[in-house]
Design a protein. Structure first.
Ligand code: ZN
Length: 273
């Protein structure tokens, strides 16, 4: 179900966002990586139960989260080098991801934000589908990540990454799909979601739009399986540049990671409601 924000009055939207913010409190103590594993084959978190007479703001919604890479990808180069069809061309199954100069890995950052976001979404009543449930594994391939989220029929989904660009580069970029067949039905909706994410990042964090990638914080990408193969509205966010000292100090901070999760929750709510 996708009911658009534009159909609601500003007052109704403000009340809704306040309810989401209230539902999201305490995210620092509850996170996906501390949870027991999801039932095998589903990777789905049970939705929070709504109190009688007060439905939670995202009740009935399904949200996909893909935390890029995995913590032990580096141990299996042959797995990563496996070639998969990304909808336009052959692509590596996955990569190790980048890291800060201090050694904090992108895989860890992605998983931390995903965990905070998952907890926030469950509190808001959504069902969450994750493409991985720990940071101690290998994979899955980018094609399987897309398939997991497609199979869930998520109402919206986000791929979480951070970049490894030259150290002078700063800022975030929201990557949007380009029509290629499988994703034709979700190009426009993904574009609307990208605008929601960009707006929420600019109002909710101190991270600027990228000064080296895309245009004013967004970029069309036709070379990524997660966007080429998606059949649900989806964007990929590069939250910052792990090789830039200013960005790295933010990206490695738990407070900033929770802030990004809150921003994504807000953008998801704007998009779905
Ligand atoms: Zn990445």
């Amino acid at each position: 179900m996708i009911a658009r924000f534009r159909g609601k009055s500003p007052v109704a939207v403000a009340a809704l966002l306040a309810a989401v913010a209230a539902a999201a409190t305490g995210c620092g103590t509850a996170s996906a990586y501390a949870d027991p594993p999801a039932p095998s084959g589903t990777h789905a978190a049970a939705p929070a139960r709504a109190a009688a007479g007060s439905p939670l703001p995202l009740a009935g919604e399904v949200v996909g989260i893909d935390p890029g890479h995995n913590g032990r990808n580096f141990t299996d180069p042959s797995f990563l080098d496996r070639q998969v069809w990304n909808g336009r061309e052959q692509e590596d199954c996955d990569t190790t991801g980048t890291a800060t100069d201090g050694g904090y890995t992108e895989a860890q950052f992605n998983f931390q934000v995903a965990g905070y976001l998952r907890a926030d979404l469950v509190k808001a009543g959504a069902r969450v589908v994750m493409t991985r449930t720990s940071n101690d594994g290998i994979g899955p391939c980018v094609t399987e990540r897309a398939a997991i989220i497609n199979a869930s029929h998520a109402d919206v989904a986000v791929d979480i990454h951070a970049d490894g660009a030259p150290s002078t580069g700063r800022g975030f970029t929201v990557l949007e799909p380009v029509a290629d067949g499988p994703n034709d039905g979700v190009i426009a909706s993904s574009g609307r979601f990208a605008a929601d994410v960009k707006a929420a990042m600019l109002t909710g964090t101190a991270m600027p739009v990228s000064n080296y990638d895309g245009t004013n914080g967004t970029k069309l990408r036709d070379d990524l399986a997660g966007l080429n193969l998606t059949t649900v509205p989806k964007i990929l966010i590069e939250v910052g540049n792990m090789k830039n000292p200013t960005d790295a100090a933010m990206l490695t901070s738990a407070a900033f990671q929770q802030q990004v999760a809150g921003v994504l929750l807000r953008a998801i709510t704007m998009f779905l409601r």
